[in-house]
Design a protein around this ligand. Sequence first.
Ligand SMILES: Nc1ncnc2c1ncn2[C@@H]1O[C@H](COP(=O)(O)OP(=O)(O)O)[C@@H](O)[C@H]1O
Ligand code: SF4
Ligand SMILES: [Mg+2]
Length: 342
Amino acid sequence: MTATTEPAKVRGETILAVDQLVKHFPISQGVLFKKTIGQVKAVDGVSFELRRGETLGVVGESGCGKSTLARLLMRLETPTSGRVTLEGRDLLRATGADLRRLRRNMQMVMQDPYTSLNPRMTVGDIIGEPFEIHPEAAPKRSRRQRVQELLDVVGLNPEHVNRYPHQFSGGQRQRIGIARALALRPEIIVCDEPVSALDVSIQAQVINLLRELQDELGLSYIFIAHDLSVVRHISDRVAVMYLGRIVEIGTEEQIYQRATHPYTQALLSAVPVPDPEARDRRTIIRLTGDVPSPAEPPSGCHFRTRCWKAEEVCATQDPQAVPRAADPHPSACHFAEVRTEA
Ligand SMILES: Nc1ncnc2c1ncn2[C@@H]1O[C@H](COP(=O)(O)OP(=O)(O)O)[C@@H](O)[C@H]1O
Ligand code: SF4
Ligand SMILES: [Mg+2]
């Protein structure tokens, strides 16, 4: 027996903390002499915590900064400012062995299983690729066996290790992507719209697989989607994003039963309801106008150009995502209230 100095891992403790994360992409003009003429504010001050063993759903329309947020967490993009703490370590300033270890611990599942897998590599090589980057994770002689175990874990036939991605269906390819993400035994998986490209019937299977893996392996997930119906059954908590910011964050119950932000309420009103009576009773909130450009977000509340409750103060004072009188979960609205009509 070897003595271990690792601290005990407690379910529910904070494993990842994101503090005022910002990513502005410069917009440049000119062929020879590039001049910066503006900034795309893709992620504009995002803060949240992820707890060990939980799923945090992140929801928002296309272009609101979800993938940029995911890429920042994976250190695939350099943030403009902000702080990310993983297991108590400063992820953005980590270097050398420290960074390697932190990187191993957080893996990503991409949106599109058709383009995220190299078509010229066998499934065995795709799933085993992380071992080339982190050879300490599995000795060379045991890698093939480890890859076959991973295929089995995600519900694929271990004998198909020498096949190529095109020989699998969309759902099976996403399972390959999940197996690759699991190879290094991470504690956190960032899933960027992992089922958006799949048929509805296959979506549930992939989500169920992710849930089973979470239970078995104690994983924590950041699960990104563009609508609230997809994340409902997997999320413990949900964050709603609009134009680079989190406008509301709360438990599954707080967001689905007692949302106080008008944008969340509009998204919820569009979620399909199976019960015909409930469907007849509710009114869908149709948002007018397009999402403004993240290069020129409205002053004050970013949502004010589409909000039916907007008043003068919304243009001058930026509402912070703080607990509100209507319900004690953070909501970035000056007039936060629970919508009574269901
Ligand atoms: N590399 C980049 N350079 C410039 N703008 C980018 C880049 N990546 C993303 N953006 C812009 O940032 C905004 C957020 O994009 P993204 O994070 O992909 O949103 P989502 O995943 O929510 O659809 C969009 O306006 C997008 O065009
Ligand atoms: S702060 Fe104003 S504009 Fe923004 S969501 Fe609330 S009411 Fe609407
Ligand atoms: Mg995206």
